[in-house]
Design a protein around this ligand. Structure first.
Ligand code: IVH
Length: 699
């Protein structure tokens, strides 16, 4: 927090005062016009309060700047837009304490409502014959910016229909916000577009509204708090706020009270009977209780609020009290404590999320924020840390919004952080040592053991269960949609597959998988049930294992029951396995026990014990090396075929090799075979070999 000299301090000069006023107005400008957060809300409010206090000591220091700071929307800095508001878009008077609220309740007399004060941007929207015809921001209160395109493109804005069910003509006012869910999605969209993370949902809304063009769509929500009917077609003649909001809800708008009640704020706001859903309070004590109740529910609302709004319900009370130059006299805003605090980063931990994306977490010096002491806060991404120069030892702003884990939103100030060395991100994934995919700001690790998406894509890969259509992108969408493991794939219905959201097109339309692809994937999943047992083992994606280990294990332990019963020593005894890999296999199988059981229930191949007394397989006791290609086979299927016929598939030629299968002369393998006297079999004879019809003869 800025250290302001006391208003009467002799060290406070006029020049210093003017400089502070200028930086406060710059911060207000940034707040309204850009997505740059120059100072936190609490710092800004403290600065404005300080300015007011200084003017009581030095009234002659008043200037156009202080007048604008104290009296004008956006501190008078906002360039006026091109839309003139028919009635000014007002701001709201602040209740400095609950006594101010009591005073309003008494002044109104006929009852007030208590609503959450949504932390977004004010929006005015005109409808003509049921169609959205104009949307404008508040701007300086008299004129604002035309943002019609921004609120109608793509999926539009939730709670703000482009087309109403009835040909209503009129105007709604309300707050445009991002819910916390929408904010999380917006951050991902932003990173994928290469942008710097948004500081908070309100700044994200400001950023989204400033940008024109279809590919800048961001998820947002509108919450109506005022409505004026222009025609004769209003069904509301109640002359009350409640009546207007009911009509707004029936027209299809989301309302501030409605969003709160969805999030469970009922008791203070809503009474039991459905025709009188919003409580009107005439007693100061009830109003105080409702304000407190909203604050208690603040963490679970699902959107950011910065206070409660207390407003007169009846229009006659509003008319009697009137409006001031900047604020109405019939409403006040009671601000809650900021959910922001400052702390110092003690360590930065790197993890991988369920979609394989890098996740950064700062361990911070314990700090009290939003009602609890926090010791961890998430960080955006490596590029952002580098750009902001944040590292271990940096002083930072930590913000807690709702149930979301607190987040480091900004470095505190450049001077405090000078000399802190920049943090160096790990060169490889800390879980598996794999290479990062850095094509997006949110680096990704594709290893199967690191993420749900990685596991799904690996299971479906050609050398594993060979399921068509589940590449990285679909795997990520599945992980995003809540699929937890590979067994879940076999539970999804055609409707679920078809509706899987892959992303948005450049025009903002949803891109779903669609039924045609869904049918193909489901058929391929069905076919995967006949894949050999070794592929099921490989597909589990156990650490340190790959397709060879899958084959070795299946050969030694032909059923899942046998494999699960195997000890570390037994597995370690397999050629080339050793104790480290063996331990990983035992641990991996134990960890995936539930998934394996569910896969078995779905009919995946869990192996078969060799029939007793069966004829000896044709290639028993023989070892083959395959080099180059075999028509009709991949490397994996060829090796599997050799093993199914009782043989062993190896990758290097040695004295123990029965034969080399290749049609390439002169390769190092062919040369080695020649030196050792290992016979060579033509790939054209492969099928005959499997039947036992070709016997390798020494050359
Ligand atoms: S009623 C002033 N109700 O807060 C006109 N305003 O700081 C009456 N706000 O301009 C507004 N939530 O943009 C009202 N439930 C709510 C609100 C709300 C947020 C905004 C609104 C207003 C600003 C004042």
């Amino acid at each position: 927090m800025q250290d302001y000299p006391a208003p009467h301090s002799p060290s406070l000069t006029r020049a210093r005062f003017d400089a502070e006023v200028t930086s406060l107005r710059d911060a207000a400008d940034a707040y309204y016009a850009t997505d740059i957060l120059a100072m936190s809300d609490a710092e800004y409010d403290a600065g404005v309060d300080w300015t007011r206090a200084v003017l009581t000591v030095h009234p002659d220091w008043a200037s156009d700047g202080t007048a604008a700071l104290l009296d004008k929307v956006a501190a008078g800095t906002h360039a006026s837009g091109d839309v003139t508001h028919p009635a000014r878009m007002l701001s709201m008077g602040k209740a400095t304490d609950l006594a101010d609220v009591d005073a309003l309740v008494a002044k109104v007399g006929t009852g007030v409502l208590v609503e959450p004060k949504m932390d977004g941007l004010a929006l005015r929207v005109e409808y003509t014959d049921g169609r959205l015809t104009l949307a404008a921001t508040r701007g300086d209160g008299s004129t604002g910016e035309n943002v019609t395109e921004q609120v109608t493109r793509g999926f539009g804005v939730s709670g703000l229909p482009v087309c109403l069910g009835v040909p209503w003509t009129g105007e709604v006012r309300g707050e445009i916000i991002m819910t916390l869910d929408q904010f999380e999605r917006a951050q991902v969209l932003r990173a994928e577009r290469g942008g710097k993370p948004f500081v908070n949902p309100r700044n994200a809304v400001a950023g989204a509204l400033r940008k024109a063009g279809a590919d800048h769509w961001m998820p947002m929500t509108f919450a109506c708090y005022d409505l004026t009917s222009g025609g004769r077609d209003s069904e509301d003649d109640s002359q009350t706020h409640i009546g207007r909001m009911d009509w707004a809800a029936r027209l299809g708008f989301a309302t501030a009270a409605g969003l709160a009640s969805k999030a469970g704020v009922h008791a203070g706001l809503l009474t039991a009977t459905s025709d009188e859903r919003v409580a009107v309070f005439t007693q100061a004590a009830d109003v105080r209780a409702a304000i407190e109740q909203i604050e208690q529910r603040r963490p679970s609302l699902g959107f950011e609020i910065d206070g409660a709004v207390i407003k007169a319900n009846r229009d006659d009370a509003r008319a009697r009290l009137g409006d001031g130059s900047r604020t109405p006299n019939w409403a006040v805003a009671y601000k809650y404590a900021a959910q922001e605090a400052t702390s110092v980063i003690e360590d930065i931990e790197v993890g991988v999320g369920r979609t394989g994306r890098i996740s950064l977490r700062a361990r911070i010096a314990p700090t009290f924020v939003g009602g609890t002491t926090v010791t961890y806060a998430s960080l955006h991404n490596p590029a952002w840390l580098a750009e902001e120069g944040i590292g271990v030892g940096s002083k930072v702003v930590v913000k807690r919004a709702g149930d979301v884990i607190p987040r480091v939103t900004a470095p505190l100030d450049a001077a405090a952080n000078e000399g802190i060395p920049a943090w160096t991100p790990p060169a490889a994934c800390p879980n598996c040592g794999g290479e990062w995919d850095k094509t997006s700001l949110l680096w990704r690790c594709h290893s199967p053991e690191c993420s749900v998406a990685g596991r799904l894509a690996y299971w479906a890969a050609r050398d594993c269960l060979d399921v068509e259509g589940i590449g990285d992108q679909v795997a990520e969408a599945l992980a995003e949609a809540g699929v937890k493991d590979v067994a879940d794939l076999y539970d999804l219905t055609l409707a679920q597959w078809s509706a899987l959201v892959l992303g948005t097109t450049t025009t903002g339309a949803p891109r779903t998988l669609g039924e045609a692809t869904a049918v193909k994937i489901m058929a391929s999943l069905d076919a995967s049930k006949t894949q050999p047992f070794n592929r099921v083992i490989t597909g589990l994606g156990i650490r340190l294992t790959g397709r060879s280990v899958g084959r070795w294990l299946a050969r030694e332990f032909p059923t899942m029951t046998a494999l699960r019963a195997a000890t570390v020593d037994q597995i370690a005894a397999i050629e080339k396995m050793g104790p480290v890999k063996a331990q990983a296999v035992v641990d991996g199988l134990a960890a995936m026990s539930d998934v394996i059981n569910r896969l078995a229930a779905h009919g995946l191949n869990m192996g078969a014990a060799p029939a007793t007394g069966a004829a000896v397989l044709p290639l028993t006791g023989m070892t083959f090396v395959i080099s180059g290609s075999i028509p009709g086979y991949t490397r994996t299927t060829a090796q599997e075929a050799v093993e199914a016929a009782g043989g062993k598939a190896s990758s290097s030629v040695s004295k123990a090799t029965t034969a080399l299968i290749t049609d390439e002369a002169g390769t190092s393998k062919a040369q080695k075979a020649a030196t050792l006297g290992v016979p060579i079999i033509d790939p054209a004879d492969f099928e005959a070999l499997l039947r036992g019809d070709v016997l390798p003869a020494a050359t």
